[in-house]
Structures are given as structure tokens and as C-alpha cells.
Design a protein around this ligand. Sequence first.
Ligand SMILES: Nc1ncnc2c1ncn2[C@@H]1O[C@H](COP(=O)(O)OP(=O)(O)OP(=O)(O)O)[C@@H](O)[C@H]1O
Ligand SMILES: O=C(O)c1ccc[n+]([C@@H]2O[C@H](COP(=O)([O-])O)[C@@H](O)[C@H]2O)c1
Length: 210
Amino acid sequence: MSGATAERPAGEAARRRLGVMGGTFDPVHHGHLVAASEVQARFHLDEVVFVPTGQPWQKTGRAVSAAEDRYLMTVIATASNPRFSVSRVDIDRGGVTYTIDTLSDLHAQYPDDELFFITGADALEQILSWHRVDELFDLAHFIGVTRPGYELDDTHVPRGAISLIQVPAMAISSTDCRARVAANLPVWYLVPDGVVQYITKRSLYRNPDA
Ligand SMILES: Nc1ncnc2c1ncn2[C@@H]1O[C@H](COP(=O)(O)OP(=O)(O)OP(=O)(O)O)[C@@H](O)[C@H]1O
Ligand SMILES: O=C(O)c1ccc[n+]([C@@H]2O[C@H](COP(=O)([O-])O)[C@@H](O)[C@H]2O)c1
């Protein structure tokens, strides 16, 4: 996608700007929410749609929680922000999730929208290994965000295909949240209150080997 900028083009013909925050969200945490909020404001996005994955093919070595649990936690976490929404495209397609399919489906659903795919520095490091990566940059402008512990580097991405921005540093990961629940430590204030309650109600993450 050429010509995407942080500035919203003036004039009535401007297209709706839709941010896409893809993730496993197992569970969704304040690092995800702060990053999406910062990008929404700085890039003047009309909306950011969170898209929980189906099966994340590069997260090996452990079973991911049920898609419906990850979806509902994401709905709970985003409900209070009128600029946030949640899409089921990856979950309803089923199977392994590839971003090329996520973006193709969203483009079909919102053909007039300009898409901005948000990715943390850790995910960006791996992007050349993504399925049909060469076609990805035609479907969306990418926005790489800082994440504590990772270098934000776009030198491997085609020039003009990505913007990098600094977001408030949140040293939170889903891995750490899961480990804390398993160790009977609190996740209050790492994830939204409703997500803490959902984790408790559904007894998620109690068994680290599950
Ligand atoms: N603390 C954070 N700050 C900025 N970006 C983040 C942060 N945590 C996750 N992200 C980004 O959000 C997206 C979805 O992340 P994901 O759902 O895999 O969370 P995670 O915390 O990395 O999970 P896990 O620890 O299970 O690997 C990715 O692009 C990731 O880089
Ligand atoms: O398309 C791919 O091959 C691909 C490989 C790894 C990750 N992704 C996407 O990157 C986003 C973050 O993924 P993850 O695994 O860090 O939660 C999510 O939307 C994934 O579908 C996509």
C-alpha cells in the first residue's frame, strides 16, 4: 500500500482508517491495549479491530487456550473503548492463522477501508518467515511498535511498507501472566479486571502443562 502516513488526508474523500491488532491473546493484557490505543491516536485511526488467532503456527511447544476463551477475554478487555472492536475472522475460518488470510478477509469485508496492521517488535523480527510475506505489504501498511526487551528494526521490510513508533513501555507478556496464575500470583493490573475475573471463573492457566 503506497502513501500511507500517520497524517489523516484532508477532504471528504478520505478513506476510513482501520487498525488491525492480531494476536493470540492468551490472555490479552495491558501491553496489547496500550499499544493499540497509542497507534489509534497517533495514526488517527477510526477504529482498531483486535483479531484473535485461530491456531498460531509459530507458537509451538504448548497448547493454546480455546479460541472462544481468548475471543471472550478480548471482547471483555476492549468493551470500554468505543474505538476498539473484535473480529472473529481468524477464529471462524478455523485452522492455522496466516495474516495474509486475515488481511484478505478484512479487505473483502471492508473494501473501502485503508488497513494498518499493528505488530510488536518481537513479531516484526520474524516477519520474513510469515506465509506469503511478499503479498502482505500490498494489503496493509504495517506499524511496528516498541516492546521492552526487543529491538525495533525494520531494515528487513520493504522501504515505505512500515512505520515504527514508540509506545509506552509495558513489560508484560501473556507467557508471564499464565505463569503467574499457575504459581498462584496475582495478575491484577497486568490484565483488565474483567479478564482476571474471566480467568478465575474458567479456571484458566492453573495447570502449566495443560
Ligand atoms: N508488552 C507489549 N508491548 C508491545 N507489544 C506487545 C506487547 N505484548 C505483545 N505485543 C504485541 O501484540 C501482538 C500479539 O501478541 P501475543 O498475543 O502473542 O502476546 P504475547 O504477550 O507476546 O504472548 P506470549 O507471551 O504468549 O508469546 C504481537 O504483535 C506482539 O508483538
Ligand atoms: O502469517 C503468518 O505466517 C504469521 C506468523 C506468525 C504470526 N502471525 C500473526 O502475527 C500476529 C501476532 O502473532 P503472535 O503469534 O505473536 O500472537 C497474529 O495476528 C498472527 O496471526 C502471522
